[in-house]
Design a protein around this ligand. Sequence first.
Ligand code: ZN
Length: 487
Amino acid sequence: MKTIIRGALLALLVVGGAAHAQDDEFDVGALIDRVVAAYGGEALTEMRNYEVVEAYIGPNLGQSWAPELADLNKNNLRLVHDIENGRAYFESYFKARGGIFPNLIIVNGEEAWTVNLQIGRYGEANSADPYTFGGGTMRTTDTLLARQLHAAREEAEYLGPASWLNRPHETVKIPFPLSPDLTLYIDAETHLVTRMTRDNPQLGALDYVFDDHVAVDGLMAATRVYFSVAGDPNLIGTGRTVRFNRSLDDGLFRLPANTEPEGERIDTSEMVVNRLASNVYHIGQNGGYSIFVDTGAEVVGCGGYPGLQDRLEKFHEATGNRKRLAYQVVTHHHNDHLGGIDEALSLGATLVTVDDTVEVIRDTSQLEPESGRFLTVNDRMTLGAGRDRVEIYDVSTIHSRSNLLFYVPATRTVFMADHFGSPYATGVPAANRNTVSMAEALGALELNYNRIVTAHNARVYTARDFVRSVESFRDFDCPDDRPLCSR
Ligand SMILES: [Zn+2]
C-alpha cells in the first residue's frame, strides 16, 4: 500500500521537520476500508456473483454514416458473472443503422462460446476471460469498482483531494485488468464512488459518472450511469438493474437450444500472412488487416488499423524487397480505421481518400499533414499501370456514405472494410444490412473479382462465400423469449 503526503500539508512538513511525517500521511488503507463499509462490507469483499442489465443510448461518435452528423444507436446488455464458479454470461443487442447486432457469450467454467442468435450457430469464444467481454460493463458499475479498489489495495495510489459536483472527494488510482489505470472519485462524506476516469491512448479522457446510488441486496449501486469520451457524452444509461449474490439459473450457462457449431476459429494471436500473388499480400493480426501490392516501383496499401508499420514490415520480409509505401488508401472515415494513418504518414505515404475523410484525418492526426499528402478520389482512380495496377472505387452503403474499395485486377481480389466476414476458417459468414448494401454497390461495378479479403478478418474469402452470405441474409427480429432485445 502506498501512502502519499497530501500536497497541502507538504509545506508544513518541510517547516516542521520529518518528525511529524507519520501523523500527516494520508491513510489510503483507511479510506478503502470506509469505501468497503459504505458498499456493504463482506457482501462486497466476499461477492459470489452479480448481474448488471443496462439500456444505453448514445451517439455513434467516430462511426457515423457521414462525418458531419453523429447518428444515434442503442445498446441493451446483460452481464451475469458467477465469480465463485468461474462462469459468465454476456448478452447484448447493438441497434444502429446497420440493423440489430446480437451478441451472446457464455463461459461455463470449462468452455467459452460465442453464439450468433441471428443464424443459430455457435463457435469458440475469442477469450474465456470475463474482463475481455465484460470489462466495459464492470467499469460502468461503481460497486464493482469498489470491489476492485479493495482487491487492488496494495497498489492503490492516493492522488489527493478534489471537488466533484461541488462536493469534497478523494481521488485514488488503481490498476484494472486489460485497461489503463482507473482514477476513482470517492465522496469524502458518503464514501461512494461518483466518478471514474481513465485515459485511452487514441480517444483521450474517458469519464464515467455514477448517480442515484441505492441499496440493493445488502450492497450499494448507482442506478444512473453516463460515459463520455473526451468530454462528449457517448453512453447515456436509460435503465439499469443490478443484483448481487442471488441464486443463479444453471440454464443460463448452457448453449441455447437449436444451435449448430461453427467451423474452427482462426488463430490470429500471431501475424497472419496471406500470399495472394508474389507481389500481393493480405497481412494482419487479431482484428486489424491490410492489403499491400507491389506495383513495380512502389507499394500501395489499404487497411488503416494501428500496427500498419508492423504489417508493412512483414510484407517487406515476404517479398524480399523494401520498396516504400507510396500510397495508403483510407477505406472510410471511421476512427478505428484511422488508427494507423499517422504510421502511414510517418512512412512518407500519400493518403488516398475522399474530401470528407480529409477533414476527419486533419482532426485526428497528431502530425498535421499538409494538403500535398492527400490524393482525393472522385468516383474511381488507378494507381500503378498495366498488369500490376490497383483500381480504387468509391461506393456508398448503409455503413458509410463513402467507402473506398481496393481492387487488384491481376489477382481478381477486392479488399473491403466492415461489410463482410467472420472469425471462422469455414462456413458462410452471417450477413447484415451492411453486407447487403455492399453487395448492391459492388455488383454495380461489374468487377471480375473472385476473392475478397477484409480489414477485420484473417480469412481469404471466395466470391461464392460473399454471394452465399448475402443470399442467406434475414433481418434480425427480436425473439419473443429475449425481452432484453426489444427494450
Ligand atoms: Zn466502419
